[in-house]
Ligand binder design. Structure first.
Ligand SMILES: [Zn+2]
Ligand SMILES: [Zn+2]
Length: 289
């Protein structure tokens, strides 16, 4: 490679660097505050605000439907003020999607999602809008989130808890069904501790949900926690009688995962149905205590 070629390459790389780091409206460096549009192009905040007063396309790629911040706030204000509740929210647009899901403000939620607010962002409590929808059983809001660009049904909260875990823990079958309609799920997906949707449903003693998870979705009651403990032994520790009775009625082999100590404890739990007791006693017999 001769010197003039190297020189040319240096010049070219300088120009491509300059194009990336300068605003193509004023052609100056982007040293002050700038904004990246949904198309990926980036301009000075002031320059692009001025541009959007007369245009609604990106100055570089001409992609459509961009708005100035002022327009966004106006639109939000219009849709929010047309409703009786939830006024104090449009002042802070950072967690606007979360707030609109929480308030079940569907009209405004639709507007905000179309504007491209991040649908998966976590708030200060590490909840995404999806987590909030799951906690509050907002199925209509869920339907809107599911249509939003870039929506991730697997968004993780603290301890890797996902919406499937929350819906299961609250026994909300309708929400879970709708969530599973769009997206691929492993129903035995675990959180950071190793808890599955079935664990959450069993802990909450939601029998219908337990049935739905095992019989319809094929969830496994044999999954172990990170600590190596089984679902049933944890339920025994917490005396979750309803779930223990139910799981043992569905799957007798669960007793195989229990230790001698577990088996003795289970017999002492009040409310254990006769058939479960019989199974435990039978298990003792097999173990030759
Ligand atoms: Zn500029
Ligand atoms: Zn563009």
């Amino acid at each position: 490679m001769n010197l003039s070629r190297i020189f040319c390459l240096l010049i070219l790389s300088f120009f491509s660097w300059h194009a990336r780091s300068s605003c193509s409206i004023c052609l100056k460096n982007k040293d002050k505050s700038f904004r990246t549009l949904r198309c990926g192009h980036c301009f000075h905040e002031d320059c692009i605000e001025k541009w959007f007063e007369n245009h609604e396309t990106c100055p570089l790629c001409r992609s459509k439907k961009h708005h100035s911040k002022r327009q966004v706030n106006n639109l939000l204000y219009q849709s929010l003020s047309s409703l009786d509740d939830g006024y104090d929210i449009f002042y802070d647009t950072k967690y606007i999607i979360h707030t609109l899901v929480k308030n079940n403000n569907l009209k405004a939620l639709k507007v905000a999602l179309n504007m491209g607010f991040n649908v998966n962002s976590l708030n200060e409590e590490f909840f995404s809008p999806l987590h909030i929808a799951a906690i509050l059983s907002r199925t209509d809001a869920l339907a809107l989130l599911q249509q939003a660009k870039g929506f991730d049904p697997h968004t993780k909260s603290k301890k890797d808890i996902q919406a499937i875990h929350l819906a299961a823990g609250l026994g909300n079958i309708k929400f879970l069904q709708q969530l599973l309609m769009y997206g691929i799920f492993d129903i035995d997906e675990k959180d950071a501790i190793g808890r599955t949707a079935l664990y959450f449903a069993s802990y909450g003693e939601h029998i219908k949900m337990i049935n739905y998870l095992i019989k319809t979705l094929g969830a496994s009651p044999f999954e172990l926690m990170n600590s190596g403990e089984s679902l049933v032994s944890l339920l025994i520790q917490h005396s979750k009688v309803l779930s223990i009775n139910h799981l043992l009625a569905l799957e007798e082999n669960l007793l195989d995962l229990l230790s001698k100590k577990n088996l003795q404890k289970i017999l002492r739990i009040e409310g254990l149905v006769q058939s479960s007791k019989a199974k435990v006693l039978n298990k003792f017999k097999n173990l030759n205590f």
